[in-house]
Design a protein around this ligand. Structure first.
Ligand SMILES: Cc1cc2nc3c(=O)[nH]c(=O)nc-3n(C[C@H](O)[C@H](O)[C@H](O)COP(=O)(O)O)c2cc1C
Length: 202
């Protein structure tokens, strides 16, 4: 029933746009169907940090990204923030994994209280209630006790809290390698094969 070749990816308005762009590219290049949601703040951060300007309408974003990533039309689905007709709004879909990268403290808190007030929060709520894999890449520094409590609450019910904390023991030569370190960790958690970086001891 579950389809391992599908993934839900939400991009919210925290610093870390290079991670989300790289992650999206790797998923599409591997032929994985991506169900993409980008918050309004997420769009601002993509433009600020990467000069990657995306239109507001989901259908226009789809058109632009299919051209940019040179992928098949039906490999990518893009949904608006209030698009309740999306399969992700219901537990009846077959998507096994959802990643929020980067995840703002606002979205973290909404997921922790089950607010379901936009499609990203609802989709995360669905993953939790269906006991599927939810991976959050929270970005803020320092963390307050509120942030930490929200993360602990979610971790205790099986949500993967994966902060973008690159290791430097592999002696990176570039920012791209640092980005790949984090993306590789996300893919490992999602159970997706990759060759972004050598594994320790291999
Ligand atoms: C340039 C910029 C950087 C930001 N960086 C962060 C951040 O690293 N972490 C965070 O939690 N919020 C950050 N914010 C604030 C969020 O974008 C804001 O709280 C927003 O309401 C989050 O909405 P969303 O969760 O729907 O994307 C940043 C905002 C801007 C404009």
């Amino acid at each position: 029933m579950i389809d391992n070749k599908q993934i839900a990816l939400a991009i919210t308005g925290a610093s870390g746009a290079p991670y989300s762009k790289r992650l999206l590219g790797v998923l599409l290049a591997q032929g994985i169907t991506v169900h993409l949601m980008i918050s309004a703040a997420g769009r601002i951060l993509l433009a600020d940090e990467l000069n990657w300007k995306l239109p507001a309408r989901a259908s226009d974003v789809h058109k632009q990204l299919v051209a940019e990533f040179d992928c098949a039309d039906d490999l990518l689905h893009v949904y608006g923030e209030q698009q309740w007709s999306s399969p992700l709004a219901s537990g009846s879909h077959r998507v096994p994994t959802m990643i929020v990268c980067p995840c703002t403290m606002g979205t973290l808190s909404s997921i922790a209280v089950g607010s379901s007030d936009n499609l990203i929060n609802r989709a995360a709520d669905v993953m939790i209630k269906e006991q599927r894999k939810l991976i959050l890449v929270p970005r803020e520094t320092p963390f307050s006790a509120i942030h930490l409590e929200n993360m602990l609450k979610l971790s205790r019910i099986g949500v993967c809290i994966l902060p973008p904390s690159p290791g430097f023991y592999f002696n990176p030569n570039s920012v791209d390698e640092i980005i790949d370190f984090v993306v590789a960790k996300i893919l490992d958690q999602a159970g997706i094969e990759h060759h972004l970086m050598p594994r320790w001891g291999e």
